[in-house]
Structures are given as structure tokens and as C-alpha cells.
Ligand binder design. Structure first.
Ligand SMILES: NC(=O)c1ccc[n+]([C@@H]2O[C@H](COP(=O)([O-])OP(=O)(O)OC[C@H]3O[C@@H](n4cnc5c(N)ncnc54)[C@H](OP(=O)(O)O)[C@@H]3O)[C@@H](O)[C@H]2O)c1
Length: 238
């Protein structure tokens, strides 16, 4: 994930590319290239939402900077927990000492409990917004216009972080005393190095949903479009 988000609309995949050194970090020795390749986009997104924004560039999604909240001892719900961003967010929240409730489809339960989730909700059986109350934080990787349904799950003083824009319930958030905040991920070599240390030590692991040769990138997109992604889809090069 280099020169993101300024790389340009026509950017795709390539075997070789020029990048500023400040966007790069060394691959952790303890993991292979496929797992390392799965880390940057989702790892930096989870890091910048949950741990540290790490830059002062104006936020394109809201007037004020995004500010992560303390996680130690907090009740945190991750929606879309099995996906790229979600499965790393679960592990970062656990690393920080949070109690983590993971929301995903039923077949993801074992995977998410192995990653450390304390509770699991199968959204095909139970709507989390009907079941859960008194949370400190919701990270909603689905985000968008429906994210406001999580406001009622949060305690006064809590926070809702939608990963996709579209939140439209500002009046209800103000009434409930809930902060709603989002950000757009940016390339960061120094933050990648921090994520890399967690990967090297096994504190965080990248799950690989599937791999495809670069020449078969189309099939990778078809896999993504089928949904229920568990971890990351990675393109490999010779
Ligand atoms: N703000 C930013 O800078 C930024 C950065 C990165 C990504 N994003 C955006 O964040 C979103 C998530 O990215 P990602 O890479 O994590 O996607 P992903 O890997 O495709 O994961 C999405 C996950 O959501 C689950 N899911 C689908 N429907 C659900 C539902 N109704 N409730 C709960 N979970 C559901 C899917 O599996 P199951 O259905 O099996 O549970 C899947 O694991 C994308 O839209 C992406 O564009 C934004």
C-alpha cells in the first residue's frame, strides 16, 4: 500500500513499482511474503482507526482529525470481524486489553474465537443492535448508511467508528452522547514497522483467505465479490 490515497484512479497491480522509502517497512522475518503482503492495507486501516492516526493531514471524511480511544478494559464490538480489516482489528483490540465481541456469519466463529474474540454474534441469526448494550466502542467495517443502528448499543461517552462513509444519524448520536468518527487510511512506513513487530512476534497474525497469481487478478476480484472473505486475498508473483 504505497502512496495511498494519492496514487491515482488508474492504479492497479504490478510486479515492480517505485515507492517513497517512507511508505515502506522491512518484511518481518517470522512470516512469509504472502502473509506480509496481506498486512499493509488492512493492518494500517485497523491501526489508524484503533491505535494511532499518526499524521496531521486534513481528514477528507470529517472536519476534525480522527482520534482513537483507549481500549484497555473496554467493551468493543467489531462488525465484519472476519474480513481483512476486521480480523486485524479483533487482534489489536485484544492486544490492547479490550473485551471483544466479534460479529460475522456463523461459519467464521471458530476462526474468530481462535483470534481471541471473547464473544461471537452470527449476524444471520441475531442482529447485534437488538442484543448488545453498554459498549464503549463499535468498529463497523461495513459502515455506510446503516451504521447508525449501532448507536443504541453504545453507552453515553462511547464511540462509533464506521470504516466506510455514509453515517447519517448525527442528531441521534448527539442525543445519546456518542462520538462518531472515521478516517481514510494513509501509507505509513513507521506504522507498518510497528504492525510488523506484532506480526513477527505472533501477537497478530494475518489469515489468508486465498491466493491467486498476478495474471489471474480477475479471479481474485471474483473471489472478493462472492463475499464471506476470511482474512486477506493475496496476489502472488513469480
Ligand atoms: N476508511 C478507509 O480508509 C478504508 C480502508 C480499508 C478498507 N475500507 C473499506 O472497509 C470495508 C471493509 O474492508 P475489508 O477489506 O475488511 O473487507 P472484506 O475483507 O471483504 O471483509 C468484509 C467482511 O464482512 C463480512 N460481512 C458481510 N456482510 C456482513 C454483515 N451484514 N454484517 C457483518 N459482517 C458482514 C464478511 O464475511 P461474513 O459475511 O462471512 O461475516 C467479510 O468477512 C470495505 O468496504 C473497504 O472498502 C476503508
Amino acid at each position: 500500500m504505497i502512496r495511498f490515497p494519492s496514487f491515482g484512479q488508474s492504479a492497479a497491480y504490478a510486479q515492480f513499482v517505485a515507492a517513497p522509502a517512507s511508505d515502506l517497512a522491512l518484511k518481518p522475518r517470522g512470516i512469509d511474503h504472502v502473509h506480509a503482503a496481506g498486512a499493509p492495507m488492512s493492518g494500517l486501516t485497523a491501526w489508524q482507526f484503533l491505535i494511532e492516526q499518526g499524521h496531521n493531514v486534513p481528514n477528507p471524511l470529517q472536519p476534525e482529525p480522527h482520534r482513537p480511544v483507549p481500549l484497555k478494559g473496554k467493551r468493543v464490538l467489531i462488525n465484519g470481524a472476519a474480513g481483512g480489516v476486521g480480523h486485524i482489528a479483533v487482534q489489536l483490540a485484544k492486544w490492547q486489553g479490550a473485551y471483544v465481541i466479534a460479529v460475522a456469519s456463523g461459519e467464521q466463529e471458530t476462526f474468530l474465537r481462535e483470534l481471541g474474540a471473547d464473544e461471537f454474534i452470527d449476524y444471520t441469526q441475531i442482529l447485534p443492535e437488538d442484543q448488545i448494550r453498554d459498549l464503549d466502542l463499535v468498529l463497523d467495517t461495513m459502515g455506510g448508511a446503516t451504521t447508525g443502528r449501532f448507536l443504541r448499543t453504545l453507552k453515553r461517552g462511547g464511540a462509533l467508528f464506521p470504516v466506510l462513509p455514509g453515517f447519517a444519524d448525527a442528531a441521534e448520536a448527539a442525543e445519546r452522547g456518542v462520538t462518531v468518527s472515521m478516517t481514510q487510511v494513509r501509507s505509513s512506513g513507521p506504522q507498518l514497522a510497528e504492525v510488523g513487530r506484532l506480526l513477527d512476534g505472533g501477537t497478530v497474525r494475518i489469515a489468508i483467505d486465498s491466493t491467486f497469481p498476478l495474471a489471474d487478478a480477475r479471479r481474485a476480484h471474483e473471489r472478493a465479490a462472492r463475499g464471506h472473505v476470511r482474512g486477506k486475498i493475496v496476489l502472488t508473483v513469480e
